[in-house]
Design a binder for this molecule. Structure first.
Ligand code: IMP
Ligand code: MG
Length: 179
C-alpha cells in the first residue's frame, strides 16, 4: 500500500491516479455536451486547490473557451456573520458570460456559497459548478452542484491539489489518513 508522511501524519492512497483521470474525462464529456455551440464560456478555477484539476480537465474540453483563476484573499473582516473573505483576481470579463466554476472539493459548501455570492455582483449570464470531489455528509447548503466527479466520505484527504498544512498538493493520487 502506497503511503506518504506529511509533517506529523501518515496517509494511504484512497483514490488512485487512474480513477481520478477517468472521472475527469467523464466530467469533461458532460460539460462538452452541455456547452456545445456556446459562445466562449469562461472557466473560473479557484486557487489553490483546483489548479491540478483545472489543468487536467481543460485538456479534455473541446469547445472554444477561456480560463481565469481566482483566489480568496486571506483578509478576514469582522462582520456579524464571522469571517469575510474576498475573491481576488476578478475583472469585468465575467459580465454576461457563461461561467463554469472549477473547485477541487466541496465540503460544507461555505466556500462555494461565498464564491457564488461574490460572482453574482459581476453579472454573469449564468454560473455552473464543477467539483472533482464532494463530501455529501459534510454538506450544509442546498446550492445545486452541476458536475460532481466523486463523492467521498467525510474524512480528511490530501493530494492532487489538496493540501495538509500546505503540503501534498503535488501528489498524483488522493490519500486519506492512515490509522
Ligand atoms: P467548504 O467551504 O467547507 O466546502 O470547504 C472547501 C475548501 O476546504 C476546499 O476548497 C478545500 O480547500 C478545503 N478542504 C475541504 N475538505 C478538505 C480535505 O479533506 N482536504 C484538504 N482540503 C479540504
Ligand atoms: Mg479549495
Amino acid at each position: 500500500m502506497k503511503q506518504v508522511t506529511l509533517k506529523d501524519k501518515t496517509f494511504k492512497v484512497s483514490i488512485p491516479e487512474e480513477r481520478i483521470q477517468r472521472v475527469i474525462i467523464e466530467i469533461a464529456n458532460r460539460i462538452n455536451e452541455d456547452y456545445k455551440g456556446e459562445d466562449t464560456p469562461l472557466f473560473i478555477s479557484i486557487l489553490n486547490g483546483a489548479f491540478m484539476f483545472t489543468a487536467d480537465i481543460f485538456k479534455h474540453i473541446n469547445f472554444n473557451c477561456e480560463v481565469s483563476f481566482l483566489k480568496f484573499s486571506s483578509y478576514e473582516g469582522t462582520a456579524t456573520t464571522g469571517k469575510v473573505k474576498q475573491l481576488i483576481g476578478i475583472n469585468e470579463e465575467i459580465k454576461d458570460r457563461k461561467v463554469i466554476v472549477l473547485e477541487d472539493i466541496v465540503d460544507t459548501g461555505i466556500t462555494l456559497e461565498q464564491i457564488l455570492e461574490q460572482l453574482k455582483s459581476f453579472e454573469p449570464a449564468n454560473v455552473k459548478i464543477a467539483t472533482l470531489l464532494f463530501k455529501p455528509d459534510a454538506y450544509k447548503k442546498d446550492l445545486k452542484i452541476d458536475y460532481i466527479g466523486l463523492e467521498v466520505p467525510n474524512e480528511f484527504i490530501v493530494g492532487y491539489g489538496l493540501d495538509y498544512d500546505g503540503l501534498g498538493r503535488n501528489l498524483v493520487d488522493i490519500y486519506t489518513l492512515s490509522e
